[in-house]
Design a protein around this ligand. Structure first.
Ligand code: SF4
Length: 247
């Protein structure tokens, strides 16, 4: 009888959802979230990030509280940073935000005016577009992690300088080591150039995965570029779809 089949299907579906919920609670994750998991025994790829945080290699699972190798420890070490001249002009240090267990991390260039004011990454117009892109991927901002190469705003949003990158990038490396994502999405020329140590234009390296210390890195256009060049949204959508396929 068709009615009985429908009911049976509905019950099976409810049972499946209940099982997922129980598994989610057991693992301390949000049920149904595609990204809020942490594979407890996920092997660290060979050539994973080096740096002080890698000293906690004995850990089989990264800690995200205050312990060594955790995001909290990285934030603590960064402190009220004065390691480069940008500390003199910043209003707020913008460390980054999102899930400390994210499988996907977006890395931009540096905070802008609104980010400097709010102390949060990607909250201006470009940030709102990034949020839309994340949502279109079927995700929430809280499920990914968002940060920048530089934690402080360059005056007038000028390009970051070499000494500023040299001072700040080690903390990004430690953040990535603590989060241990599967995919990094580099937003814009500057982030891609810095992370991949290349002078190649974003137009020639976007759209395919590159190796970043054993992790997959997808360069794509910065949302601020998309605000000026809406036609490029299609290309960014193609790029993030490739990320979605492996998450
Ligand atoms: S940009 Fe980075 S290194 Fe420079 S003051 Fe800010 S946090 Fe420190």
């Amino acid at each position: 009888m068709p009615g009985n089949d429908d009911l049976r299907g509905e019950l099976l579906s409810l049972l499946g959802a209940l099982k997922n919920h129980v598994a989610g609670e057991r693992d301390g994750i949000i049920p149904g979230s595609r990204l809020s998991r942490r594979g407890a025994g996920r092997p660290r790829p060979e050539g994973a990030l080096t740096g002080d945080a890698a000293g906690s290699a004995a850990q089989t699972k990264p800690s995200h509280g205050k312990g060594p190798g955790s995001l909290g420890a990285v934030r603590e070490e960064l402190g009220d940073c004065t390691r480069c001249p940008l500390h003199r002009t910043r209003r707020t240090l913008v460390f980054g935000e999102g899930s400390p267990e994210a499988r996907l991390v977006f890395v931009g260039e540096a905070p802008g005016e609104e980010e400097d004011r709010q102390g949060r990454p990607f909250v201006g117009r470009a940030g709102q577009l990034l949020t839309k892109i994340i949502n279109a991927m079927g995700l929430a901002r809280e499920e990914v992690y968002i940060c920048n190469i530089l934690k402080c705003r360059p005056p007038g949003n000028r390009n970051p300088q070499d000494d500023e990158i040299a001072a700040c990038e080690p903390f990004l490396v430690k953040q990535l080591e603590a989060i241990d994502p599967e995919v990094i999405c580099a937003l814009g020329t500057f982030a891609a150039k810095t992370l991949l140590r290349t002078e190649a234009p974003i137009s020639s390296i976007r759209g395919r995965f590159h190796d970043y210390h054993g992790r997959k890195l997808m360069p794509t256009y910065h949302p601020a570029y998309l605000l000026r060049n809406p036609d490029a949204k299609r290309l960014v959508w193609e790029d993030v779809q490739k990320i979605m396929k492996i998450l």
